[in-house]
Write a protein that binds this ligand. Structure first.
Ligand SMILES: C[S@@+](CC[C@H](N)C(=O)[O-])C[C@H]1O[C@@H](n2cnc3c(N)ncnc32)[C@H](O)[C@@H]1O
Ligand code: SF4
Length: 288
């Protein structure tokens, strides 16, 4: 039973049940054109890429175990073979989700989007190191992920309006920044960390008041938010992570601690903090 129960008007929203699948996260490049101050990958940023061949080898190894690949980095749109990587995933029967700061979406102009989702992660509408205002509008569907922290709560409604007006925004995802770059520990808070209770208040207010035209709201549960319908947590880790130097980590939250593993085992390890995966989400779809 979670500590916070998110309520929603069920004549306006229906709740979908996300079905998490085993997912390989591949950090295809250490290059990035930004230096976000809280970035959990900050200590790895540099110049290294995973080559196309290294990428294929890494993915082939887990083909029998996974259904989806998340491409990230660094900034994955800076990888010269990005379109070939996406094509390889699709040919291999895998879905792709690409995490991007949105500054170089032109790199995806010729990409095969048939099995690919794009997630633009932002820290604000106008202010901050990754504002949505700086992201050029594109026609293809995107999910926009708003990473909440103490200093950007007020900018959230403005970001949602920009998402509605300037993008083909299929889903707006609210999550939060942990100051991992500063603390090297996912669980340690800093002055900018939104306490769970405050985070819950912001998402509850957004769900209650939102009247815009984005059809799906996704809410990161942070391991403690539930709804009346959704009380069954995912308890095993469905992730594996591969880096440009070939190293591997099971849980993405261990990245700053560099808890490497020799082999990836999907859906076997129990989540050891809250006894559930804190990367779960609540998905609400507008009833039309
Ligand atoms: C490391 S980034 C790499 C991909 C791309 N450069 C981007 O910014 O989306 C992957 C995702 O993690 C998020 N992220 C980065 N640092 C974080 C942190 N300290 N806590 C939570 N999420 C974070 C980013 O906002 C982004 O959505
Ligand atoms: S969050 Fe993304 S854009 Fe920002 S520094 Fe990290 S990798 Fe680069």
């Amino acid at each position: 039973m979670g500590r916070f129960i998110l309520s929603y008007n069920n004549s306006e929203w229906e709740e979908l049940t996300p079905s998490p699948v085993n997912t390989l996260q591949v950090f295809i490049t250490n290059k990035c054109n930004l230096r976000c101050k809280a970035c959990f990958y900050a200590h790895n940023l540099g110049k290294e890429d995973l080559s196309l061949e290294e990428y294929k080898q890494a993915v082939r190894k887990y083909l029998g175990n996974i259904r989806k690949v998340i491409l990230l980095g660094g900034e994955p749109t800076l990888h010269k073979d990005l379109n070939k990587i996406i094509a390889f995933n699709t040919e291999s029967g895998l879905r792709t989700t690409l995490y991007t700061n949105g500054t170089n979406l032109k790199a995806l102009k010729k990409a095969d989007m048939s099995k690919t989702k794009i997630r633009i992660g932002i820290y604000g509408a106008e202010l901050s190191e990754k504002p949505l205002e700086d992201v050029p509008s594109v026609k293809f569907p995107v999910t926009i992920v708003y990473m909440l922290r103490k200093d950007n709560i007020k900018d959230l409604p403005r970001a949602m309006r920009l998402a509605e007006n300037n993008f083909n925004c299929q889903a707006f995802y609210i999550s939060s920044i942990r100051d991992i770059a500063a603390t090297q520990d996912y669980w340690k808070d800093t002055a900018q960390t939104l306490p769970l209770g405050e985070y819950f208040k912001v998402v509850q207010k957004t769900v209650t008041n939102y009247k815009g035209n984005i059809n799906e709201l996704h809410i990161a549960t942070r391991g403690v938010i539930k709804t009346k319908n959704n009380q069954n947590p995912v308890s095993k880790c469905r992730f594996g992570n591969v880096f440009p130097d070939g190293k591997k980590i099971t849980c993405p939250l261990d990245i700053s601690k560099k808890v490497y593993t020799k082999e990836l085992r999907f859906n076997e390890r129990k989540c050891n903090k809250h006894h559930e995966c804190i990367l779960q989400k609540i998905v609400l779809r507008k009833i039309t």
